[in-house]
Design a protein around this ligand. Structure first.
Ligand code: NAD
Length: 292
């Protein structure tokens, strides 16, 4: 396939490189001038998408996606598919899908989980929203960049799945960290705490696969001085998106709102920016600002 790729950042560059390595003709563009191995460089987003069978965007947020989509959609060939892999608000995803459809294009919102390691290793999970035809056209590319792609429903369904998943993740990580901090004060050994909870009803991905306590459970960012991993500011972004979506449809997400506020404080008022999101544990242990 001929592929245009817009947004060659931490995630986009390795994803584009994997498509090129698999034999596709990939042309990329990033305002920062970044490139990726095997990817031809274009001078603009419009140039990158010309004659492409598929266009992939991997951008920071919904406003930028809307701007880029406004530029590239009129330049895309009829019948081509626009695949947005960024994490953005559901409304922006739906607006871009409507614009693409009006222009005679296929489109999929397909945010990912798996982080930078998954992007480099081609092991991302894609959560996709769009028509069956659009998903079918994008699926071979998901197979190269990832290990699993779930077609979640119509336009916006991929973003909805992503922000619901990450709301659970943010809330369970905070609960897991609070429980470790409480266990410490109760004199409970952390390894014993892990042994019990990871095999009892308090288990979760945060505890079992990404334990926030150093030297306990599997290797995780906690064992590497809380270097991300998944940075606290990215968790804050996703919790903001889930709260924005909840407000738009009047859903009661009390715990999600509290998690968003706690990560906001951690990132904006304290020293959380640049730390893994599991660094909520040392934050809570430092009693004083842990009272929240
Ligand atoms: P990033 O900031 O490294 O990359 C975004 C890139 O977009 C940058 O290189 C930037 O220069 C480029 N860009 C901005 N405006 C542009 C424009 N108008 N035209 C062309 N390029 C433009 O971010 P990232 O970590 O690669 O994340 C990308 C998306 O993936 C985000 O929506 C993020 O929430 C999501 N995501 C990230 C991770 C992660 O672990 N990093 C995991 C899952 C999802």
């Amino acid at each position: 396939m001929k592929i245009g790729f817009v947004g060659l950042g931490n995630m986009g560059a390795p994803m584009a490189a994997n498509l090129a390595k698999a034999g596709h003709a990939v042309t990329g563009f990033d305002v920062a001038g970044t490139t990726a191995p095997g990817v031809a460089q274009a001078d603009s987003a419009v140039q990158a998408v010309q004659d492409a069978d598929a266009v992939i965007t991997m951008l920071p947020n919904g406003d930028i996606l809307r701007r880029v989509a406004g530029d590239v959609i009129p330049a895309m060939a009829a019948g081509a598919v626009l695949i947005d892999c960024s994490t953005v608000d559901v409304e922006s995803a739906r607006a871009v899908a409507a614009q693409a459809e009006a222009a005679g294009l296929l489109s999929v919102d397909a945010p990912v989980s798996g982080g930078i390691g998954g992007a480099a290793g081609g092991t991302l999970t894609f959560m996709a929203g769009g028509s069956a035809a659009a998903f079918a056209k994008a699926e071979p590319l998901f197979d190269i960049m990832g290990q699993k792609a779930v077609h979640c429903g119509d336009a916006g369904a991929g973003q909805a799945a992503k922000i619901c998943n990450n709301m659970i993740l943010g809330v369970t990580m905070i609960a897991t960290c609070e429980a470790f901090a409480l266990a410490d004060k109760l004199g409970l050994d952390r390894q014993k705490m892990f042994d019990v909870v990871s095999t009892s009803s308090g288990y979760s991905w945060s505890m079992n696969a990404y334990c926030p306590a150093p030297s306990v459970g599997p290797q995780s960012p906690a064992d590497n001085d809380y270097q991300p991993g998944f940075a606290a500011e990215l968790m804050l972004k996703d919790l903001g998106l889930s709260q924005q979506a909840a407000a738009a449809v009047d859903a009661d997400t009390t715990m999600g709102a509290m998690a968003a506020e706690l990560y906001r404080r951690f990132v904006e008022d304290e020293d959380g920016r640049g730390q893994d999101f599991s660094a909520m544990l040392p934050r809570l242990m430092a009693r004083g600002h842990g009272q929240s």
